[in-house]
Design a protein. Structure first.
Length: 324
């Protein structure tokens, strides 16, 4: 039995991993892909943003697959393998705070995964605008160090001189990785899938102790606030609040994302933010059988959960007590 190729998509919060995943699933061939999406927060946003395909998609929320839900990752893959579903390839999108090392370790040391799956490549998406400040986080450094391919994304937001600076720094940190410039992760699939780039010898050179059991600990000042509400939002009020919020705490606000229910709108609204950058667009139509719900997640340092919930409450078209 030939082993199933597995690609790990990683990169710091907001770099564009889900955009890359959607590109792969949209432009992919007739391959049957099993996708595992990992999110740090208890409310899953990325799973709602993955394009509708024939592929099997599993969400792992409320922790990183490098630590808290690592056993869930192994169990999910084992379950998919045992299900009898036809699968040609696995793709795993890690959370933006995941250290790739323990994830790699799972594929090498778990007897079922090592027998049935073969790591094809670790593809790391790098945010050209914010990578310099993100490198203060150990996870961002590790994601770059273990990459086989580095997608330097959002190149439309920086000038050529700055891009060359970033590329030089990336090459210094990981001289073996191929660097590909992208905007909105617009990359040829042949550059990220089926490339056979993963080499355990290179990984051992980076971390000789990678096969030893050790717990990964996140920066305890970094937290997540997840909000879910079934009342409609006032879009003007929300826009004003978020604009003020990023002006006040944008440096420590690593990631914001949401799928929102605006009053009077037939479509859900998809929202993203990284530090001081905000963007959004209309999403899929709300269906008659669907509960119209707003999900919003904030990830950052020393977040004021009460203040964020109160700010969100002020944007409701009909104020009411938020569900906890």
């Amino acid at each position: 039995m030939s082993k199933l190729k597995t690609t790990i998509l990683t990169g710091f919060l907001g770099a564009g991993k889900t955009t890359l995943l959607n590109r792969i699933l949209t432009l992919g061939s007739t391959e049957r892909v099993a996708v595992i999406v990992n999110e740090y927060g208890e409310v899953g946003i990325d799973g709602q943003l993955v394009v509708q395909t024939k592929d099997e998609i599993v969400e792992l929320n409320n922790g990183c697959i490098c630590c808290t839900v690592r056993d869930d990752l192994i169990a999910a893959i084992r379950s998919l393998l045992a299900s009898g579903r036809p699968i040609d390839r696995f793709i795993i999108e890690t959370s933006g705070l995941a250290d790739p090392a323990p994830v790699i370790q799972s594929f090498i040391l778990d007897e079922v995964l090592s027998a049935r799956l073969e790591l094809d490549a670790i593809v790391t998406v790098v945010d050209a605008r914010y990578i310099s400040r993100q490198l203060s986080q150990e996870e961002a450094v590790e994601q770059i160090s273990f990459a086989d391919v580095l997608l330097l994304n959002k190149i439309d937001l920086e000038d050529e001189y700055r891009l060359l600076e970033i590329e030089q720094d990336l090459s210094r940190r990981n001289p073996l990785a191929r660097i590909i410039r992208t905007s909105s992760c617009d990359v040829e699939l042949a550059d990220v899938l089926g490339i056979g780039a993963f080499d355990l010898k290179n990984i051992l050179a980076i971390d000789p102790n990678i096969l030893d059991e050790h717990a990964h600990e996140h920066d305890q000042t970094i937290g997540c606030v997840a909000i879910r509400d079934y009342e409609a939002l006032d879009p003007a009020a929300l826009n004003g609040w978020l604009t003020r919020l990023v002006q006040e705490i944008g440096t420590d606000l690593f990631r914001m994302k949401g799928v929102l229910n605006f009053a009077g709108e037939a479509r859900r609204y998809v929202f993203h933010g990284v530090h001081m950058t905000l963007e959004g667009r209309p999403g899929k139509m709300w269906q008659p059988f669907e509960a119209r719900v707003s999900d919003m997640v904030f990830i950052g340092r020393n977040l004021d959960e009460g203040g964020l919930r109160e700010g969100f409450r002020s944007c409701l078209a009909k104020p009411h007590a938020l569900a906890s």
